[in-house]
Write a protein that binds this ligand. Structure first.
Ligand code: G3P
Ligand code: MG
Length: 243
């Protein structure tokens, strides 16, 4: 599937983005969830990364493993080997017991050729100083520079990504009202806005589109809530239910 920056800028690619894979159907941010999203034909899959104490980029949403595994502890204080010993699926449904936390390389290799990837860079107690540099090197090594979108709540990560992966789309995420979102994106050179769904208005869309920015809200639980935004003209949706 081609995903050229030019087509994106012209707003031709309406994107359904599977949130944490297909988090409504399988345990978020596991290979089971990513494969489910691929089965459901999600053209793009969103995932979250943190960095372990020994420098591995681990695919998990929270700073702490306690919600989505059978163990407690901050990812940044644990080694990759410790993380691998955790069950990341049983909390969701017993049939998923045995799923483990993936490292980013697994996703780049197995999912990268099958779906576009929206890689969200998370923070621990602070920003991870090396995470974007490591991610950029891996995206290059797997030859996926034109198949990834780098997103974050943290502008500093996006500035680094813009320099290190100039071919990739860069998206700012926000969850609070942000009246300067469009001006900031234009000033910083981001390509798209990923606001929480309740911050999307016709005015925001008009202003963003006037400046060539794409707007893809998150996270919709169901089609009913999504429909008015599709009618409003958003450029994609980030959803637990890509089907
Ligand atoms: O991509 C947007 C969305 O993933 C941001 O929120 O907390 O689910 O990572 P969160
Ligand atoms: Mg996310």
């Amino acid at each position: 599937m081609s995903y050229s920056l030019q087509a994106r800028r012209q707003g031709k690619d309406f994107l359904v983005i599977g949130h944490r894979g297909a988090a409504g159907h399988a345990p978020e941010n596991t290979m089971a969830s990513f494969l489910k999203a691929v089965d459901l034909n999600a053209p793009m899959i969103e995932l979250d990364i943190h960095e372990t104490r020994d420098g591995v980029l681990a695919v998990i949403h929270d700073q702490d493993v306690i919600r989505t595994t059978d163990g407690p502890g901050p990812v940044e204080d644990m080694t990759w080997s410790e993380l691998q010993g955790l069950d990341a699926g049983g909390w969701f449904r017993p049939e998923f017991a045995g799923e483990t936390i993936p490292r980013i390389e697994q996703v780049l290799e197995a999912i990268g050729p099958r779906a576009l990837l929206n890689i969200e860079v998370k923070s621990g107690r602070g920003l991870y100083p090396d995470i974007v540099r490591k991610l950029a090197a891996l995206v290059r090594a797997y030859d996926l520079t034109d198949r990834v979108l780098i997103s974050s709540f943290h502008p500093e990560y996006l500035r680094q990504a813009r320099e290190l992966l100039p071919e990739a789309e860069i998206s700012i995420i926000y969850a609070k009202a942000h009246t300067e979102a469009v001006q900031e994106a234009v000033r910083e050179g981001w390509h798209s806005l990923h606001p929480r769904w309740d911050h999307v208005t016709p005015e925001l869309l008009a202003e963003a589109h006037e400046h060539g920015l794409l707007v893809r809200p998150w996270n919709f639980k169901g089609a009913q809530r999504m429909r008015p935004f599709l009618e409003m003209g958003v450029d994609g949706v980030i959803t637990d239910f890509p089907d």
